[in-house]
Design a protein around this ligand. Structure first.
Ligand SMILES: Cc1ncc(COP(=O)(O)O)c(C=O)c1O
Length: 357
């Protein structure tokens, strides 16, 4: 990755420098933007400083004149973790839905909650924003397509927070283009599963991306000599993307290991994340955190969420599972009996302490 970064060209991204040179001399950010646009089947791409910037600038570009509403899952990053950015930047109201299946929104839930431009009291739905993966789970593609067909028939725009879309492509075998076709715009991140230091890419129609470029500048996200970052992202795309196969296998190993000692899984390892319920073995997350921290090879654990990434070793996973097995055994010997759950997961919301491993 360093070698890629060192060999990057250093044209100024804000000025789109240089605009007339042949392709092989293009600044690396241009090459990366064009490549991601091609991979996702969109006309144009725009390198962004973060996933939050990418989503918020996408929404700001879609949303032109209030009143309007953005519809999303109640767990959506754009709603929960972007500092209230959607109402702040775009003046949008939010319709946030709790999926009744506990996993993903369905067409009928969307249909039931879309606000039409018919009642003067209401702010019509202008954008449906979906997320894939959401908390590591994969949104079924047929449902996405159904929602998109419905949205398009009502002139509602479709945005995808695809920060972790790479995982869906690896796990489903669908191409990025197939995963993005249902959306007008998509944001993809290089700095999460792919392991690049910084950066996301927003893709969409040429005219839209030209406008988003203006908003990127307005938001303070025009970063000048971004070639170093874009080259790191290109490395991540070439060499780290395929490693997600192993990441997912390791995540499944975590899930199996947890289930083997009677831990209730709150959200399964569909890609790189597992959510588990510490109380199902009579423990607390704080207790597990403290014990992990004190291991000879310390593990830095969060709350209910376990995230596996390309640098997570199998030894770390084994240490984690041994720790959980030890704690479960201790609790049992101290008299803990797991409550009956009728095989149902609790799916209670356990706030994620955002700590990396
Ligand atoms: C699904 C999703 N979208 C957007 C973001 C925001 O990305 P950033 O932290 O780069 O702003 C994240 C960050 O974790 C995310 O998980």
């Amino acid at each position: 990755m360093y070698a890629y970064a060192v060999n990057a060209t250093l044209g100024d991204d804000v000025y789109s420098e240089p605009s007339t040179t042949p392709v092989i001399y293009q600044p690396t950010y241009h090459a990366l933007e064009a490549h991601i646009a091609q991979l996702t089947g969109k006309e144009a791409g725009l390198f962004m400083p973060s996933g939050t910037a990418s989503n918020q600038i996408a929404l700001r570009t879609h949303l032109k004149q209030p009143p309007y509403t953005v519809l999303c899952d109640h767990r959506g990053h754009i709603h929960r973790y972007e500092v209230g950015g959607t109402p702040f930047h775009s003046g949008a109201a939010m319709t946030t839905l709790i999926p009744s299946n506990g996993h993903h929104l369905t067409l009928s839930e969307v249909e039931d909650n879309v606000i039409y431009d018919t009642d003067v009291h209401l702010a019509p739905t202008e954008v449906i924003s979906l997320e894939n993966t959401l908390n590591g789970t994969i949104f079924p593609q047929d449902e996405i397509i159904a929602i998109s067909e419905f949205a398009r028939s009502h002139n509602i725009k479709m945005h995808l927070d695809g920060a972790r879309l790479w995982h869906v492509a690896i796990e489903t075998g669908l191409s990025l283009k197939e995963l993005c076709d249902a959306f007008d715009t998509v944001s993809l991140c290089f700095s999460k599963g792919l392991g690049a230091p910084i950066g996301s890419c927003l893709v969409g129609p040429t005219e839209f991306i030209a406008k988003a470029r203006r908003f990127r500048k307005l938001f303070g996200g025009g970063m000048r000599q971004t070639g170093i970052l874009a080259a790191s992202a290109a490395y991540a795309l070439n060499y780290n993307f395929p490693l997600l196969v192993n990441v997912h296998a390791l995540a499944r190993k975590v899930q199996k290991g947890l289930e083997d000692v009677g831990v209730t899984i709150l959200s399964p390892a569909e890609t790189c994340m597992i959510f588990y319920d510490a109380s199902s073995i009579g423990a607390t997350y704080d207790e597990i955190f403290e014990r992990g921290r004190k291991l000879p090879e310390p593990l830095i654990l969060g709350g209910s969420r376990v995230v596996i990434h390309i640098q997570t070793s199998e030894a770390a996973v084994d240490d984690f599972l041994t720790l959980i097995r030890d704690i479960a055994g201790e609790k049992k010997r101290a008299g803990f009996v797991k409550p009956e759950t009728n095989g149902q997961t609790h799916f209670k919301e356990v706030y994620v302490r955002r700590v990396s491993h």
